[in-house]
Structures are given as structure tokens and as C-alpha cells.
Design a protein around this ligand. Structure first.
Ligand SMILES: Cc1cc2nc3c(=O)[nH]c(=O)nc-3n(C[C@H](O)[C@H](O)[C@H](O)COP(=O)(O)OP(=O)(O)OC[C@H]3O[C@@H](n4cnc5c(N)ncnc54)[C@H](O)[C@@H]3O)c2cc1C
Ligand code: SF4
Ligand code: SF4
Length: 816
């Protein structure tokens, strides 16, 4: 029988352990995972950017529901384990459920330390540990007012910067004379304080808090020297304590943390422990890198690898406050047998200090320029002899050995195990093999596939260098970067920041993202207009002036300056009334050409601009609406006759096509979207070269995606197969919504697919049913604001100036 593995705690260590386990020996265990938080696994480190409004919770998910399903892990979230019966080998959860195990892993993390000051239990006193804390802080910040952060360490400062960014008046209280004194020496601490103060954050060092005051709510914070600071919110970020209560109650050996050996085994051979709850060789860790190593060893142990061992780790720290570059690693205390190398550049606020003992780096502090952090850290971890580099060591890798080194050579020389992205624990080897194995060619690709550079972004330069080293001239960073000449930001970054900073108008985007031109250009304005419409339906008002001429006049301009008019023909089906109305319009307005399009509708070519509203009015009277043949929008849903008429038809392809078109018309998309539904694999509607296609089969519906038959020719790929028409419908709507949310302006679906990867899309719309439904609902919501016939609006007079004939001005009037 499959052995039962129970894991207690669904944090970062448990998540990493499960990844190793499912990779090494999937199916080896029947896994049940209990998490006290009511959610899936997320990147706790990134709570700071979420608080700062730079990321959304969805951006920091590590494993979504689909991941647990795919890997057959039973996740019980929102349920705390309250007892372990080691004799019976069971755990009990707070709701009374008892679950048995063969092997148990404790990964319960840490608890924030709350100093028991008078007033510490008032409702506005918050710790900074999980998403609930961030939501409480965000809600408090929305009311404005004053925040006092007790603790000037990593967490306290990230909280302070986040709250300041959300408009609060922030004071940081710190007991020691300088900030982050455990990671920074006084010089770097001073520079950091200066920088924070220049951003409007007040810092009081040597501040001993006496009480938090207030009746039912926080009103102020009192210091030992009787200073009183008004406060509406108090964040207590003074440290963490391993959460070892459960292990203690089960009589496992516990000191500060749960005691483990080098194989992550506790005093009970059937129970392992990983993460911040652990004490290993007398040390408790509070950063992810060592926890990830522990997770790897524990997973190996669970797969009977007797060799794998954790022997301790040196850690490094970065502060995730945008614009502050700070790196620290190892031990930088002074000592008789230690020497130090210091570099200061006051004009650029740069400070670097290396501490050396026995010709080896034992500590490094970098402020202002942290580009060599990874290299110094590597030398430190490897205990490399730096005697020969001594002279130029402080200038970094580029100058090591006396002569300036090409930075590319420096990156190329890093070992595969060198950690590039500290936030997500991604090494050089992982990135290089993803670039070569998956044909990645841009920074965005690497972010999507490896998560490197996807968090605080401080390793972006290194990742770009790895792209250059791996791809040589084939890597063209310029090709993927700026959206246009008005900004240095790329499309992905702009889309991300519109959401993160809640930018809801074109001027707001241009101001907040520091556009270099006053009003943008023909490239960025239509893109921004689309991003804002797609992101804030109902809130953002479409800016007609940011649209191309065809979208402004809702018809396609032709080479002679006249226009073509294409009404919708739902699923390519028409009738006598519609055909008669078209014939009458053609006669009445003397339209010279009438032609069938490739998308199964009728095109009237050669219409004068000033006649457009009258043409539309006549067509509207017969029930014909705009076909959006000119828009970055849903164009056509081509269909075959399917079971209605065809001997081979397996499903009602015409009916499904009409259903899709009637539901989705009017929605704006990054680029045009063409669809088709074929009733059987003979594929008469050519569904396998459309952006989204359906090929009906006896047993259901094959949904195809990413085809093209224009400048590029490309067959579709199978997104997934479903049994019912309703499921097919939901998948199609959801995948288009995903594209609307992720696509770059003018990026067709097949290019978007190539960028994000078929598997990523499948995970979101085929495997994760909840996510599919959420995408569907978001599409429905946005349709409330888009499904209006633009022809009808213009018949009623909207944008009348667009269609007025050019005035016949006299010279005098023109001069005026
Ligand atoms: C705001 C913030 C910023 C950070 N920034 C950085 C950084 O920049 N770099 C860095 O290296 N580290 C950073 N850290 C630290 C890092 O997040 C932790 O080291 C890491 O999350 C610890 O992983 P863990 O799995 O041991 O514990 P956690 O991730 O805390 O997970 C433990 C989980 O177990 C659950 N749990 C506890 N008891 C029970 C129980 N009895 N039953 C069921 N579930 C239980 C908890 O609810 C929690 O979800 C940061 C932490 C925070 C809070
Ligand atoms: S695709 Fe199949 S069902 Fe549709 S018309 Fe062609 S043969 Fe008939
Ligand atoms: S194929 Fe070329 S020439 Fe023909 S209608 Fe399309 S864009 Fe114009």
C-alpha cells in the first residue's frame, strides 16, 4: 500500500519539499498537506511588494489549486494541526479530524514576536507575517493617517516603505543606534537611514517603546523618554520565533526550534522537520535560501537517499525596497585577525566593505552598488583564497586580477550552482538550461519559465547577461524592451504597473511611469488605451483619440479614401431580410463593390465617409450590427453546417459558432481574434489555422489555439479536449480573457502563446476549473461595458465630427 505522508504547514519550505518530492518520486506517497492559512502556497517574501502595491496576490502564488490536483496532493487549507499522537502515528486538526501517517514533516515556520507592551493587543497593532497582515495594513492605509513601525530590521523597513507608498505618514522606531544592525555595519546603516529620510520616512534610533496608548483603538505610541507619537496603526516587526509548540507538545526534542540532524530528522525517526521552525546545529534560520536546501535534503530523505545532508548555510540579505540597493552576507564584525577593505563614493552614496580572515572573505556589506554581491557571496561560500585578487577585489569581478574583465566573461565563469535569483532560489544552471532547453530568447521568457528576476528584480542584469552568454548575438535586449520612444518600459512592465499602481487614465500612466513625451505617440497611446480598457472595465472611459482611424470611424479605410462596411453575420449565417437590406443599401448609396470575405460575411466597398452613418442606419434597421472588421477585437466565428445538414457532422458546429459570436462580440482584444468551429475532423471551417478553433468529434470538442494564416502561417496546437458544448464555451471565453489580460498590444494569440507557453495556458484554463470560471466571470463583467453596437451609437450622433464633410472654407475664414 502507498505510504502516507502528512505535512504540517503550507509555507515556503513545505512547497519546495513537495516540488522535489513530486519530481523525484511522484506517486511514492499519498500526501496530505495541512495549512493553517486559508489559501494555497505563496511566496511570502513577496508580501512586501504586495504591500507596496507593486504586485498582486495572484502574482506571488507558488502553487495554485491545479498544481495540487495535478500532483495528487490533498491540500487541507485553513486547518491547523493541534496535536500529534506519536504512538498511534496520527495528527489531529482543530476541527477534530484525525489523520494517520507513516511519515510526518513539520514545516510550521515562525511566529512574529509581539512585545507584551501595554496596548499591544489593541486592534490596530499588526505583525507582518502573512497575507492577512498585509490586507489589514492595506485597509488601514486606505484611511490615511499615521503609522508607527516598531523595528528597523528588514521586515520593519519593508513595511514602512510600503505604508509610505500607500500615503501614510510613517515613523520607524529602532532600539539600536543604526538600522538593520544585524545585517549592516554602521556606515551602511547610516546611508540607509539617510535614504529613507529623504523619502519622507521618519527614523528614530535608540528608541525604547514604553507603551501603545488608546482606549479601544490605537491613539499614540509612548517612548521611554516620554516622547509621544500620534498613531493610527502600529506595525510590530521586532523579530521572529520558531513555531515549535506542536513539536514540543509531542515531546520531540526542542530547544529554540525543533532539533534536527543533518538529514532533517527530529528525535522521532518517522518525523522530519524543515524551515524556520527548525534548529540545526544550534542555528535557527530566517531566510529562504537555507530552508530550500533543507527542503531538498528532506525530500531526498523521504525518497530513501541516505547520503543527502544539510550541513548549515551562510545567508545573504537584500532589502526589497524599490530604488534601495543593499546587500549583506556573512560576518562583518571587526576582529584582531581580520582585515577589511572599504570603498566609499560619497557623491553616489556608494559604500562597500569586505571583511577578510585568513585570505578568505568572511563578510560583505554593499550599499548603493550591489552588482558584485553574487560574486562576493560565491567567494565567501566557497571559502576561496582571494590573496591574489586582494589589490582589486573591492572593485568587483570586472577588475579582478588587476585588469578589467569583460562582465560577460565574469558571468560565464560563475559555476552552475551560483545563485542568481535569491528571492526564488534560482541558480545559474537552472536559467541556462531553461534558455537552451526551452528556446527562451527574452527576459520575459526567463521570468515566465524560471521565476528568476520575477520578484524584487535585483538580479535582472545578471539574467540578461546569462541570456547574452547563452544566445550570443541572437539575444537582442533592445528588441524586447521599450514599448516605444516615449518610455524605457516594455509592454509587460507597463501592463504590470497599470495594475500594481492602479493607474486608471492615460495621463496617470504617463506621469507615474515617467513618460519622456508630453502626450505619447501613435505607438503607445493605442496600446495604453487598450490596456486601460481591458484592466479597468467600467471605470476607464475609452479614448477615441488614441485609436487608429479605422477604429475611430468603425470602418476600414481603402486606398482611394473611401471605406468598406462589413456587418456581422453570426456564425456566417444570413437570411433573405438581411440580404435584401444589404442589396437596398448598395443601390441607395451606389456602392461600387460587394464581396464575400474569408470570414463568411459580406463586404461593401467604396462607401463615402460622410455616408457611413446613413448606411449603418439602414443596416441597423434590418438588425445588422457592426462586424468590427476594422478592430483589434473579435472578428468572425466561421462555421461549417455541422449536424444541421452535413452527413459527417458530429456536433452542432453552426449553433456553437453563433453562440460564441453572440456572446463575445464587441470585446476588445490585444490584436484581432478570428475563430472557427468545424463539425468534424474534415475541418471545412479551417479551424486549425484560426486564433481559436474548435474541431468537433464524436466524443466532444477539441479546442485548438494559436493558428495564423496571414503574414505568418501556423497550425494551431491542441489546448484541450472537453466533453460538452458548455465546457467548450467556457474554455474559449476563459482563454480569450486570459489573452486579453496578458497579451501585448498588437501581439496575436499565437505570439502570446509562444511567449507564455502552451502549458501555462493549459494549467489556467483546462486544469484549474476555479481559475477558468474566474476568467469567464471577468469576461462577462467587461462585456457589460463593451457590447454596444458602435454603429447604433454613431447613428445617435456620437463622434459626429468624424463624419462631417470637409467644410468649404473661403480663404478669409480659413485664415481665421
Ligand atoms: C514580509 C516578509 C518578507 C520577507 N523577505 C524575505 C527576503 O527578502 N528574503 C528571504 O530570504 N526571506 C524573507 N522572508 C522570510 C521567509 O519568508 C521565510 O524564511 C520563509 O517563508 C519561511 O518558510 P517556512 O516554510 O519555514 O515558514 P512559512 O513560510 O512561514 O510557512 C509556515 C506555514 O505553516 C503554517 N502553520 C503553522 N503552524 C501550523 C499548524 N499547526 N498547522 C497547520 N499549519 C501551520 C503557517 O500558517 C504558515 O503558513 C520574509 C518574510 C516576510 C514575512
Ligand atoms: S467539417 Fe465535417 S461536419 Fe463540417 S461541413 Fe465539413 S465534413 Fe461536414
Ligand atoms: S491580403 Fe493584402 S491586399 Fe488583400 S485585402 Fe488583405 S491587406 Fe489588402
Amino acid at each position: 500500500m502507498t505510504e502516507k505522508l502528512v505535512i504540517v504547514g503550507n509555507g515556503m519550505a513545505a512547497g519546495r519539499l513537495l516540488e522535489h518530492l513530486t519530481e523525484t518520486d511522484p506517486g511514492r506517497y499519498d500526501v496530505t498537506l495541512f495549512g493553517a492559512e486559508p489559501r494555497v502556497n505563496y511566496n511570502r517574501i513577496m508580501l512586501s511588494p504586495v504591500l507596496a502595491g507593486e504586485k498582486r496576490f495572484e502574482d506571488i502564488l507558488i502553487h495554485d489549486e491545479a498544481w495540487y490536483r495535478t500532483n495528487k496532493v490533498s491540500l487541507v487549507s485553513g486547518r491547523r494541526i493541534v496535536g500529534i499522537d506519536r504512538a498511534a502515528k496520527t495528527v489531529a486538526s482543530e476541527d477534530g479530524a484525525v489523520v494517520s501517517y507513516d511519515r510526518l514533516v513539520l514545516a510550521t515556520g515562525s511566529d512574529p514576536v509581539m512585545i507584551p507592551l501595554p496596548g499591544h493587543d489593541l486592534p490596530e497593532v499588526i505583525s507582518f507575517r502573512d497575507l492577512d497582515d498585509v490586507e489589514r495594513m492595506t485597509a488601514a492605509a486606505a484611511k490615511g493617517g499615521k503609522a508607527v513601525v516598531i523595528g528597523g530590521g528588514l521586515l520593519g523597513l519593508e513595511a514602512a516603505a510600503g505604508l509610505k507608498g500607500r500615503g501614510m505618514d510613517v515613523t520607524v522606531l529602532h532600539l539600536a543606534p543604526t538600522l538593520m544592525e544585524r545585517q549592516l555595519d554602521p556606515s551602511a546603516g547610516y546611508l540607509l537611514q539617510k535614504e529613507l529620510e529623504s523619502r519622507g520616512i521618519r527614523v528614530i534610533t535608540r528608541a525604547n517603546t514604553k507603551a501603545i496608548q488608546g482606549g479601544r483603538h490605537v491613539e499614540s505610541v509612548l517612548l521611554e523618554d516620554d516622547t509621544e507619537l500620534d498613531a493610527d496603526l502600529v506595525v510590530m516587526a521586532v523579530g521572529i520565533r520558531p513555531n515549535a509548540a506542536l513539536a514540543r507538545s509531542a515531546d520531540l526534542e526542542v530547544n529554540r526550534g525543533v532539533v534536527v540532524d543533518d538529514h532533517m530528522q527530529t528525535s522521532d525517526p518517522d518525523i522530519l522537520a524543515v524551515g524556520e521552525c527548525v534548529e540545526h546545529r544550534g542555528t535557527c534560520y530566517g531566510l529562504v535560501a537555507p530552508l530550500y536546501e533543507m527542503a531538498k535534503v528532506a525530500a531526498a530523505r523521504l525518497c530513501d537517499d541516505a547520503e543527502a545532508a544539510f550541513v548549515g548555510a551562510v545567508t545573504s540579505t537584500k532589502l526589497k525596497v524599490t530604488g534601495i540597493d543593499l546587500f549583506s552576507a556573512g560576518d562583518f564584525a571587526e576582529g584582531e585577525d581580520r582585515e577589511e577593505i572599504v570603498l566609499r563614493d560619497a557623491s553616489r552614496s556608494i559604500y562597500k566593505r569586505l571583511v577578510i580572515e585568513d585570505d578568505r572573505i568572511v563578510g560583505a556589506v554593499l550599499y548603493g552598488d550591489t552588482s558584485d554581491g553574487a560574486w562576493f557571496f560565491d567567494l565567501l561560500k566557497e571559502k576561496a583564497d582571494v590573496a591574489d585578487l586582494r589589490e582589486t577585489l573591492i572593485f568587483g569581478r570586472a577588475y579582478s586580477g588587476g585588469a578589467p574583465l569583460d562582465p560577460m566573461e565574469a558571468v560565464a565563469a560563475l559555476p552552475d550552482s551560483a545563485e542568481i535569483c535569491g528571492c526564488n532560489g534560482v541558480c545559474k544552471g537552472d536559467i541556462v538550461s531553461a534558455i537552451t532547453g526551452k528556446n527562451l530568447s527574452s527576459l520575459e521568457d526567463v521570468r515566465t519559465h524560471t521565476k528568476a528576476s520575477n520578484s524584487c528584480g535585483s538580479c535582472t542584469g545578471l539574467v540578461e547577461q546569462l541570456l547574452s552568454v547563452s544566445l550570443g548575438d541572437a539575444y537582442d535586449p533592445a528588441a524586447v524592451k521599450p514599448m516605444c520612444g516615449c518610455t524605457e518600459l516594455g509592454h509587460g512592465e507597463v501592463r504590470r504597473l497599470i495594475v500594481a499602481k492602479e493607474l486608471k487614465s492615460i495621463p496617470a500612466v504617463m506621469q507615474e511611469l515617467e513618460w519622456t513625451t508630453a502626450n505619447g505617440c501613435a505607438k503607445c497611446r493605442p496600446a495604453l488605451n487598450y490596456y486601460l480598457i481591458a484592466t479597468w472595465p467600467g471605470e476607464y472611459v475609452d479614448d477615441q483619440q488614441s485609436r487608429f482611424i479605422n477604429e475611430r470611424v468603425h470602418a476600414n479605410i481603402q486606398r482611394d479614401g473611401t471605406y468598406s462596411v462589413v456587418p456581422r453575420m453570426w456564425g456566417g449565417v444570413t437570411n433573405a431580410q438581411e440580404l435584401r437590406a444589404i442589396a437596398d443599401v448598395v443601390d441607395k448609396f451606389e456602392i461600387p463593390t460587394v464581396k464575400c470575405t474569408g470570414g463568411q460575411r459580406i463586404d461593401m466597398l467604396g462607401v463615402r465617409k460622410e455616408d457611413l452613418p446613413a448606411v449603418w442606419s439602414d443596416l441597423n434597421a434590418a438588425g445588422l450590427v457592426s462586424g468590427h472588421a476594422y478592430g483589434k477585437a473579435l472578428r468572425t466565428v466561421k462555421t461549417c453546417v455541422g449536424t444541421d445538414w452535413c452527413r459527417f457532422g458530429t456536433q452542432d458546429s453552426t449553433g456553437l459558432g453563433i453562440r460564441i459570436e453572440k456572446f463575445m462580440w464587441g470585446s476588445w482584444t490585444p490584436a484581432k481574434v478570428k475563430m472557427a468551429v468545424s463539425g468534424c475532423p474534415r475541418n471545412c471551417a479551417e479551424a486549425t489555422c484560426k486564433d481559436v478553433g474548435v474541431v468537433c468529434v464524436e466524443s466532444g470538442y477539441e479546442i485548438q489555439i494559436g493558428g495564423a494564416a496571414g503574414l505568418d502561417i501556423k497550425g494551431t496546437e491542441l489546448l484541450g479536449k472537453v466533453d460538452t458544448e458548455d465546457d467548450a464555451f467556457e474554455v474559449i471565453v476563459a482563454v480569450v480573457q486570459l489573452y486579453r489580460e496578458q497579451g501585448w498590444y498588437l501581439e496575436r494569440i499565437y505570439k502570446w502563446m509562444a511567449r507564455v507557453g502552451l502549458e501555462t495556458v493549459q494549467a489556467q484554463v483546462i486544469e484549474d476549473l476555479e481559475n477558468r470560471r474566474a476568467l469567464f466571470d471577468r469576461f462577462v463583467f467587461s462585456q457589460r461595458y463593451s457590447q454596444a453596437d458602435p454603429w447604433e451609437e454613431r447613428i445617435r450622433g456620437r463622434d459626429a465630427h468624424e463624419f462631417a464633410p470637409l467644410a468649404d472654407l473661403t480663404l478669409k475664414e480659413a485664415a481665421e
